[in-house]
Design a protein around this ligand. Sequence first.
Ligand SMILES: [Zn+2]
Length: 428
Amino acid sequence: MSEGRGAKGRGCRDGGGCFSLLYITIPATPAIPAPLLTNEAKMTPTCTLINARVFTGTDILPNASVRVAGGYIQEVSTGPLPGSHRTDLRGQWVVPGFVDLQLYGGSEAYLNEHPTVETVEHIYQTHLKNGTTSIVPTLYSTSQAVILKSVEAVRQGMLVHPNGVLGLHVEGPYLNPEKRGAHSLTYVRPPDERELNELFDRGRDVLRILTIAPEQFSTQQLRALIEQAGSQTQLSVGHSHATYAQAMAAFDAGVPLATHLYNAMRSFESREPGVVGAIFDHPNVRASIIADGHHCDFAAVRIAHRLLGDRLFFISDATFANPPRPAYAHEDFIIRYENQRYVNHEGKLAGSAITLLDAVRNGVHKVGLSPEQAFRMASTIPAEILGLGNRLGKVQVGYVANLVVLNERLELTSVLTDGSVTAPLSWQ
Ligand SMILES: [Zn+2]
C-alpha cells in the first residue's frame, strides 16, 4: 500500500486559522493526508469558519459561523463570530463528515484479502480524502479465522481513530445461497452457534453490524441472536430470499436494518411483496442504498426515498475507490473494474467504486434530492444508526469537529477531522 505521498495533517494553531494552508501554493496533484495525524495536529486547535452555508444536521444556516476548539464544535452562530483565527468560506457548505457503514476497501487493499490494521488505515485514509470521516470497514462472507483477524485489526484502528474507525460490519456468512450475489458458496453457510458465540465473545466491542438472511435461522436461533447482539450490534437483513412475512417477522422481532435495498434480496411482487415490500411497509426499519447508478436506477432511489424518508441512508459499498483498482483475485476468480463498478466472472455486481461524496452528488444531481436530504443520508442518519447521534453527524455545539467543506457544485474543498484540517484540496 502506498501511503507515503502527500502533505501531513495540519492543525489549526495559533498564528494561523484552520485554513491557513489553503493560502499556500496549491499543488498540481491534490494533496492527500499522511497516514496518521502528527502530534502537532493533535494539539488543541482553535479556529472559526465564517460566511459558511452550514447544514447542522437538521437545518441550513446561511452566512453562518462555526467555532472549533479542542476537536469539538464550540459555537454555531447565524452571524459572524469574533476571533483572530477566522477563515472566510465565501458561502461554501460546511456539513457533517460522512459516515460510511459499508465499504470493503481503499484504493488498493481490502479487508478480506489483508485483515490487518494497515488495511484499516488504508481504507480510512482513502475515503477520508473524499470527505468520509468515519468508516465501518466491511467483510463479505469469509472464514471464521479471517473474521476474527478483522476484529483485531479494526479494534486497533478504533484506538488510533476513535471518531474515524467506528467498528466492523460483517456481511454474511449466514446468507441465503440463492441471493448470495458475488459472495462465494465456499463461505456462505448455515448459522453456526459456536462461531457466533466466539465472534461475540471476542468482538462484542468491535462488531457494529452483522448482515444476515433471517430465513436461514430458526425462530429460536434468530431470537437468541437478537439477544446476543443487544444494542451494540445492529443486525441487518441482506442477501435474503425471505418472504414478506418472514422479513416482517424479523423486523418485528428486533432486526433494525436492511442491507443495500433492492440488491440481493427478494424483490417486490404484487402477490409476494418480498423483503423490499417488508422494508417499505415496516414503520421503523432503516435500509441502506447504493446510489452509484449501477446497483439500482436513480428513479428507484427516488421512489425509495419518497416511501422511506429518513429511513433510507447511503452506503458506498466500495470494493475499491478513489482511484479504483483495475482488478483483483477473489478465490479462483478475477473481479474486474468495468464502467465504474466491479463485476465477477459471472457478470454479477461485486461492489461499487464510489465514495459517499459520489453518492451525495448523485443523490442531488441524478435522484433529485435536496442537498440537506443527501447530507443526512450520508452522515446524520448513519451516525444515529450506530447510536452515535449525540456526537457525530451534526454541526452543533458539543459535536466532534468532523467537517466537510464543499463548494456550490458539491466539490470537496477541505476536510476537518477532530477539528484539524486533514485534506486541504483546493480553494474554491
Ligand atoms: Zn452485499
